[in-house]
Design a protein around this ligand. Sequence first.
Ligand SMILES: C[S@@+](CC[C@H](N)C(=O)[O-])C[C@H]1O[C@@H](n2cnc3c(N)ncnc32)[C@H](O)[C@@H]1O
Length: 205
Amino acid sequence: MSVEYVEKVYNRYSSVYDLIFGKIFHSGREKAPELLQLQPGMQLLDVGIGTGLSLPELPRFCSITGIDLSQKMLNEAKKRLKKLARDNVSLHKMDATRMTFPDDAFDRVLAAYFISTVPDPVAVVREMKRVCKPKGYLLFLNHFQSENPILGSVEKMISPLCYRIGFRTDLNLKDLLQRVGLKIDRLERIDFAGHWKAVRCINEK
Ligand SMILES: C[S@@+](CC[C@H](N)C(=O)[O-])C[C@H]1O[C@@H](n2cnc3c(N)ncnc32)[C@H](O)[C@@H]1O
């Protein structure tokens, strides 16, 4: 699946995204500030910010940069920003595979329900590491392939189908982290069954 296809899919979702994915993913977004340990003056990058559902949970005392491929998702995020009256957030249409930010630009990088939507997660996490300062935090909120062999194979089987509607179900956490040279610093379940996780890694460059 190409970056262009993903862009089209999320452009189509934009008007109904909050209705479908607002409540069900809320617990992860709520957990993010505690795991990010943001301090005044810090720079946070929210990759694949979508309609900006994370924004109400994030503090006003740091600088937030949000990027997304889909202009229509970003338009929704802009409306939210206006309602929240926030002036510490900037939004940009950008492909996370090729970010235009310099190296070491951010203290924290958040990827909320994002990394399983990209065609090349390894390339994207490498970019996230590049723009994150040494010892900065990378936080992933996501579904990862189950370690249960039966469930894991079902997820692998249905993944191509799910990807047509915007996300894959067979992203293997251990494999991904090994390929990009990251280790887990903290891992928490964000749903009752433990299929969705918050994974924090420290950027050891
Ligand atoms: C499932 S949504 C998550 C949105 C938001 N983070 C949330 O918590 O609801 C995934 C978002 O990632 C964006 N996206 C997918 N691939 C991208 C890429 N290569 N670069 C930037 N954004 C991308 C999509 O347009 C979509 O808005």
